[in-house]
Ligand binder design. Structure first.
Ligand code: F6P
Length: 600
């Protein structure tokens, strides 16, 4: 795995003591490697474009009838995950062209560059090395010629000592009471992964300590998650890569005030607050001793960080041994992704099928539908992973994408979704490709002689949905049931709605790691072909800047000196709280808010 960063670091802007406007030295534009070929410049893309007509008119009933081995032919299995992609609108020629597309777009080179620690996050000049977070202790992954794996394991060791101390009661609160609740304060990647993993692995957790997650700036979130807690028994984990995110910092300040209202003594902070961040300076500015800080690195993207120290609450919940298993699962999938041939490579397959649906069949969204209640936060987690990574409109070189990129990701667990939105998936006007995910073995066999075994009923449902979506019900079949003619169109199911089915042996920490890494690498392959930077997120910045400007306009104070709007619509940097200077819509909304807020 060892390799060195090959691209020179971008120059930082130089400082000047002159009174003249500072000449800023812009970082040099990154060089996009020549093997990063734009997808529509490939031969495979042209083939796929002509095959698209075949895809849209494909009839899955006929395809299955014509090829009795189709179910086995378009399925593969690795690491206890059986992926059946036969119910997609693909055939051998389409799959061949998709694999050729990945080859022509240089996915293998890109993958090699990532594993080698090259600065593939071109706009931020950073390596992308979440794979190092789960590398075994003896592995070598180099950044700038330095092996970073020992750093990872040093932090893991500190996390383990801390988690064991909390779990065993050695770490106590300021008054000597045991910690009963861990409250993680974080948002985005500093929240979604830990929440998802906590919920997914609840059955592996120590139930005498519960975890809660505060993320929203909406004070109701903080209130609801803390109003019934005793500060003497509560530990806050302030999780923020940057330690400057307004939601997290505001919630952390509120948490400190909430704790000290009861605990009185500022020294209590040391026993009730720890931090997870890459920013030691901001952590100590906040008042948390850096001895109680667990670090990570700028080569870990926020949405790729649940297996870094950001997973501290997960580790406290499930214990260090289970957390190591989770990491081992991630690593299993990393190795599979790195070494398996594309045709048997789960991330490649998911990515290519998704790309076919998105770019050639025009599907706007993908529903992730786990038939497992423990995975009820999986689609929320994948929303950030996929949409923040690949929701981009320009290529690595800044030129517009001439193809579609990330679809909308959404979903809920089955069978609940069946009684809510599956109507649209079966009979709506927009096809929604679905990832159907289920485990063969339940963690708890629940049921009764009278009602039946829950798990068999659950699995029957997921299989039935895949079947119904693929094969539908023809008007003749509906008529044959004696349905009156006027009702026939309403009761007809068009079928040919694409699904992937992932049948997995059993949920465990290790399996969760494999599943999450599978999606991480799926995103990688798609981003690689779409030629976007899957590792930056400039699109979240503008709203943050504008909110900072509006805050003082709402609270009554004048805006901070020198604050400027970046909105092209705003007229004056001198706006005051009484006269906000935005567009007429925003101005009116601010006035309405202030009026209703201040009314008795
Ligand atoms: O606003 C988006 C974002 O930057 C995400 O990428 C990130 O996961 C989240 O905010 C939280 O950032 P931080 O961990 O720095 O508080």
């Amino acid at each position: 795995m060892a390799a060195k960063k090959t691209r020179p670091a971008a120059k930082r802007p130089s400082r000047t003591t002159s009174t003249a406007p500072a000449p800023r030295t812009a970082p040099a534009a990154p060089v996009v490697p020549a093997w990063h070929v734009a997808p529509d410049r490939t031969k495979a893309w042209k083939r796929l474009t002509s095959l698209a007509a075949k895809g849209t008119s494909m009839d899955l009933r006929k395809a299955f009838a014509a090829d009795r081995s189709r179910g086995a032919r378009f399925a593969t299995e690795a690491l206890g995950i059986h992926l059946d992609y036969s119910k997609n609108l693909v055939d051998g020629a389409i799959m061949d062209a998709l694999f050729d597309l990945a080859a022509e777009c240089g996915v293998a080179n890109h993958r090699k560059a990532m594993f080698a620690g090259e600065a593939i996050n071109l706009t931020e000049n950073r390596a992308v090395l979440h794979i190092a977070l789960r590398a075994p202790a003896g592995a070598v992954v180099k950044v700038d010629g330095r092996n970073i794996v020992p750093d990872v394991h040093e932090v893991l060791g500190r996390m383990e000592r801390f988690a064991n101390a909390v779990r065993s009661g050695t770490w106590r609160g300021h008054t000597g009471k045991r910690i009963r609740t861990v409250v993680n304060i974080g948002i985005g990647g500093s929240d979604l992964g830990p929440v998802m993993a906590y919920e997914a692995l609840k059955d592996f957790s120590d139930r005498s300590i519960s975890c809660r997650y505060v993320s929203n700036i909406d004070g109701e979130d903080f209130y609801e998650k803390t109003h019934d807690l005793d500060p003497a028994e509560t530990l806050f984990v302030v999780s923020s890569k940057t330690f400057t995110t307004i939601e997290t910092m505001t919630n952390a300040q509120t948490a400190r005030a909430w704790s000290l209202r009861k605990l009185k003594d500022p020294a209590a902070v040391a026993k009730h607050f720890v931090a997870v961040s890459t920013n030691a300076a901001e952590v100590s500015k906040f008042g948390i001793d850096t001895a109680n800080m667990f670090g990570f690195w700028d080569w870990v993207g926020g949405r790729y960080s649940m297996d870094s120290a950001i997973g501290l609450s997960t580790m406290v919940a499930i214990g260090p041994a289970n957390f190591r298993e989770l990491l081992a699962g991630f690593h299993d999938m990393d190795e599979h992704f790195r070494t398996a041939a594309p045709r048997r490579n789960l991330p490649f397959l998911l990515a290519l099928i998704g790309l076919w649906n998105r770019d050639f069949l025009g599907c706007e969204t993908v529903a992730v539908l786990p038939y497992c209640q423990y995975l009820h936060r999986l689609s929320a987690y994948l929303q950030q992973l996929e949409m923040e990574s690949n929701g981009k409109r320009v290529q690595l070189d800044g030129t517009p994408c001439r193809w579609q990129t990330s679809p909308v990701i959404w979903g809920e667990p089955g069978t609940n979704g069946q009684h809510a939105f599956y109507q649209m998936i079966h009979q709506g006007t927009s096809p929604v490709p679905c990832d159907l995910i289920a485990f063969a073995q339940p963690l708890h066999a629940v049921g009764s002689k009278e009602g039946g075994e829950h798990h068999d009923i659950l699995i029957a449902n997921i299989l039935a949905q895949g079947e119904a979506l693929a094969f539908g019900k023809t008007p003749d079949e509906v008529r044959a049931e004696g349905t009156p003619e006027w009702l026939v169109p309403h009761r007809t199911f068009p079928g040919n709605r694409p699904t992937n089915t992932m049948l997995i042996e059993r949920l465990s920490p290790r399996m969760l790691g494999r599943i999450i890494a599978l999606y991480e690498h799926k995103v990688f392959v798609q981003g690689s072909i779409w030629r976007v930077n899957s590792f930056d997120q400039w699109g979240v910045e503008l709203g943050k800047v504008l909110a900072k400007r509006i805050i003082p306009e709402l609270s009554g104070a004048a805006p901070a000196k020198g604050s400027k709007s970046t909105s092209s619509k705003s007229t004056s940097p001198k706006s005051t709280s009484s006269k906000p200077a935005h567009d007429s819509s925003t101005n009116a909304l601010i006035a309405k808010y202030r009026h209703w807020r201040d009314r008795d």
